[in-house]
Design a protein around this ligand. Structure first.
Ligand SMILES: Cc1ncc(COP(=O)(O)O)c(C=O)c1O
Length: 370
């Protein structure tokens, strides 16, 4: 019998709960970067109001949600497609756009390469440098796209995670414009994954992207709106691109509750403002405390997580396992291409939870040194 593929992502509270015989509510999850404020109160109401729809199939067109999002981004509803999390859209993109050879900047989200593998395509990479605090290597991406190659090795898509996971680094809108210009000239698709961009709205390329026919922006409703269990994400692009994506998607992939909750969440601007204010404050304090841990290196971040390098002598796998045994989950990044064996990613959570993690980390790191 084929073995189940082990999850390479954070957030698997179920496995830890089984292993420790501990309820999920008694775990602290720093491995998935979810808004610690929890869902907007309007979400609960919207879900209660939609109960009668459970006996019907969901709206296959996600009409209301697409209209809500279109209004929010000043785009047409035909320029938006909703998926079962942005993961579903990442999965269908290579087939929908006939991308055979994708360029990525490591270290980055592993699903881009996984989706290409499933679609039978290949991936080439440039690398953000540790010595440059993992700033996004836009110059290198542009250079690769601008280099003439034999037809059989031509790159036809570039994927940019913005802000990047796991590093948290983000480019300026001008840098992305430069990349998009070159890609446009070369006939290359540019996909910008803005799953965490709600935390750095001034760097989002979504509004500017309207002028680039070969740019696709991906957004997630699961992180900023704290709804990962409902699985909703969307893509914004020209309507012909959206139609190509829709043709590859199964019907009804976004359920009734997901559609209702996402519409309510996106319409709650007060929740969005509160979440950004909360994150600005907690991220600064948490970052300050992480940087004070002896021997640890913290990468500057534009997202709701930190990329941390442990002191020499430590392995991320070992530290993650020790914290896991105490019911604290962190993201071990030691196997992420382009990151080293001491790399972990930590979500910014509530003030008390962040304090608890700092205490756990300092006591573990002290033990090792003595
Ligand atoms: C960078 C990035 N993009 C996309 C996703 C997928 O998010 P979702 O499918 O929940 O929308 C994730 C999930 O961890 C992610 O880290």
């Amino acid at each position: 019998m084929a073995r189940l593929r082990r999850s390479t992502h954070g957030g698997n509270v179920y496995a830890v709960s089984r292993d420790l015989s501990r309820d999920v509510r008694n775990l602290i999850d720093f491995s998935a970067s979810i808004n610690p404020l929890g869902p907007s109160p309007r979400v609960w109401q919207a879900m209660a109001d939609s109960r009668h729809l459970l006996a019907h199939y969901p709206d296959p067109d996600c009409w209301e949600l697409r209209h809500t999002l279109a209004k929010c981004w000043h785009r047409q509803p035909e320029e938006i497609v909703v998926g079962n999390g942005s993961t579903e859209l990442i999965d269908v993109l290579p087939r929908a756009l006939k991308i055979r050879h994708l360029l990525v900047a490591h270290p980055t989200f592993s699903e881009y390469a996984a989706a290409m593998e499933r679609a039978g395509g290949r991936v080439s990479a440039v690398y953000a440098q540790r010595t440059e605090q993992y700033v996004q290597p836009i110059g290198d991406l542009c250079q690769v796209l601008d280099t003439r190659r034999p037809k059989s090795t031509t790159i036809d898509g570039v994927m940019l995670c913005h802000p990047n996971s796991p590093t948290g680094q983000a480019c300026t809108v001008d840098e992305i414009r430069r990349l998009a210009d070159i890609a446009q000239r070369r006939g290359v698709w540019v996909i910008i994954d803005e799953a965490f961009a709600d935390y750095c709205a001034e760097r989002s390329f979504l509004s500017a992207a309207v002028s680039w026919p070969r740019v696709v922006i991906l957004r997630s409703i699961t992180k900023f709106y704290a709804l990962p269990g409902l699985r909703v994400g969307y893509a914004v692009a020209k309507s012909a691109v959206i139609n190509a994506l829709r043709r590859q998607m199964p019907p009804w992939s976004v359920n009734v509750m997901g559609q209702a909750a996402a519409s309510a969440a996106v319409n709650d601007s007060g929740y969005a403002q509160k979440s950004v204010r909360f994150m600005d404050r907690e991220r600064e304090q948490f970052g300050f405390m992480l940087a004070a841990l002896p021997g640890c290196l913290v990468t500057p971040t534009y997202a709701n997580y930190f990329f941390l390098e442990l002191p020499r002598g430590w392995h991320a796998r070992e530290l993650s396992a020790q914290l896991r045994s105490e019911g604290v989950l962190v993201r071990d990044c030691s196997t992420v291409p382009g990151a080293n064996s001491r790399s972990i990613r930590l979500a910014v959570r509530s003030h008390d939870e962040n304090d608890r993690l700092i205490q756990a980390l300092s006591s573990l790191l002290r033990q090792q040194r003595s």
